[in-house]
Design a protein around this ligand. Structure first.
Ligand SMILES: [Zn+2]
Ligand SMILES: [Zn+2]
Ligand SMILES: [Zn+2]
Ligand SMILES: [Zn+2]
Length: 434
């Protein structure tokens, strides 16, 4: 979904030469329509998306036992959306429609029940409605894959809406095209990103990132073997055996076969990652083996290295093996910054995760520094009112600050004790664990 008006609002601001600072709000928008995915039902309030916490448990809808709310207010507010589903789920307790079909059904009902007339103000002069979104319907008509996907939703739509309430084909494709939201993960190769955008949004991307040849070449790189260099050196992944000379030091005496060794390792990593994509949660052992097979060959900014480190960290954290998570999480920090860009909210989230791992390893001071940086990035990206910032992050900050304070106090006391016993020679207080 691309919304021309928000793009126009931004360029109008720029034309007026009004400075837009990082973190400034250009446009805020409440969701027009949404559903909770089946996999997270019960974890969030159906209306306000508040999470279930110890001090605020969610309560179930007494009709269908399938929707959860944080309060009576949210239950009442969600009534109009939930009413039809509630009746249906009560009659068919084992029925599990697809998430996207349930979303489409809600949207179609909302549009019929006056949603067409809902106007959202952007500024004094501009406003928008659902119909202002781009539909790509002409392209979708020629895109068999997308049409097949829509066809897959039809049986659920018939159950959820009833045959007579389904819009005609043309209107349905219009609606479908407007809501096919999908975010592009920049943590992918240029080729992958371009194919994704071509397949989903029907254009060839020529953005600054796609034109950055050096960035693209780093994605498939090994570490330079010249002593004390370690810069990324590009290897051709198509199997020609070509290794670039090092751009930093000019080293070019890579042993024969290093490119083939690289391709073997990259293929192995790709195969394991494909399994991970198919909802097969792979265990800690697998990702340890992958990291070991990559050995010292791959550069830390190599895409395969970074993706498998991420999987290794996730697996370690899931199993609460905090010490196993620490080294890979630290190694991956540079790659996360490289692929997302310095101020991307994901970098903030990553630093938060890294800090949590550090706290569990009693690395108080680095944790505090990472949390402070995460706070700056997330406040700019999500706003200081976002629960992630003012609940989760704030809590971690309190914890890290307190641990640092105690740690410094302990070091000072230890230093004083040492001074007294060693006749006044001063000791420098250690950073980190004491
Ligand atoms: Zn709520
Ligand atoms: Zn219900
Ligand atoms: Zn691009
Ligand atoms: Zn080099």
């Amino acid at each position: 979904m691309r919304d021309l008006i928000s793009v126009r609002a931004l360029s109008a601001l720029q034309k007026k030469k009004r400075l837009v600072k990082r973190g400034d709000e250009i446009l805020t928008s409440k969701p027009f329509c949404f559903v909770l995915e089946n996999s997270v039902i019960g974890q969030y309030c159906e209306t306000c998306l508040a999470t279930a916490r110890k001090e605020r448990l969610l309560s179930r809808c007494k009709g269908c036992w399938r929707a959860w709310y944080c309060s009576d207010i949210c239950r009442d507010l969600g009534e109009s959306q939930h009413r039809h589903e509630c009746q249906l789920f009560r009659d068919r307790p084992d029925y599990r429609p697809r998430d996207f079909a349930r979303f489409l059904a809600r949207l179609i009902r909302k549009l019929k029940d006056g949603g067409e007339d809902v106007v959202e103000r952007i500024d004094a002069r501009r406003s928008r409605r659902f119909r202002d979104l781009m539909s790509h319907s002409k392209e979708i008509e020629k895109d068999q894959k997308r049409l097949d996907y829509l066809a897959e939703m039809m049986p659920d739509l018939q159950v959820l809406l009833g045959k007579s309430n389904i819009p005609d084909r043309e209107e349905l494709i219009q609606i479908f095209g407007k809501v096919h939201i999908s975010y592009l993960d920049t943590m992918n190769s240029r080729e992958h990103r371009r194919t994704f955008l071509q397949d989903n949004y029907y254009f060839t991307c020529d953005c600054r990132l796609c034109r950055d040849e050096r960035h693209a070449r780093t994605a498939s790189s090994i570490k330079c073997r010249s002593r004390a260099c370690g810069a990324p050196v590009h290897v051709d992944e198509s199997g020609t055996g070509w290794v670039d000379p090092c751009g930093a030091c000019g080293f070019c005496k890579f042993p024969r076969g290093v490119a083939y060794e690289y391709i073997e390792v990259a293929d192995y990593t790709r195969a394991e990652l494909a399994d991970l994509d198919e909802d097969n949660p792979t265990g800690l052992e697998v990702w340890r083996d992958v990291a070991e097979a990559q050995g010292a060959l791959l550069h830390p900014l190599n895409l395969w290295r970074s993706k498998s480190l991420e999987a290794l960290v996730t697996a370690s954290v899931n199993m609460r093996q905090w010490s196993a998570a620490l080294a890979p999480a630290r190694e991956n920090e540079a790659a996360i910054r490289h692929y997302y860009g310095a101020k991307h909210p994901y970098v903030g989230l990553y630093l938060m995760k890294l800090a949590k791992i550090e706290l569990n390893n009693m690395e108080w001071h680095p944790a505090l520094e990472h949390l402070q940086e995460a706070e700056e990035i997330l406040e700019a990206g999500l706003g200081s009112n976002h629960p992630l910032v003012f609940v989760d992050l704030a809590w971690l900050l309190i914890q890290a600050s307190e641990e640092c304070r105690v740690d410094i106090q302990r070091s000072l006391m230890y230093g004083r004790a040492q001074r007294t016993s060693s006749g006044g020679r001063s000791l420098v207080a250690n950073r980190g664990r004491s």
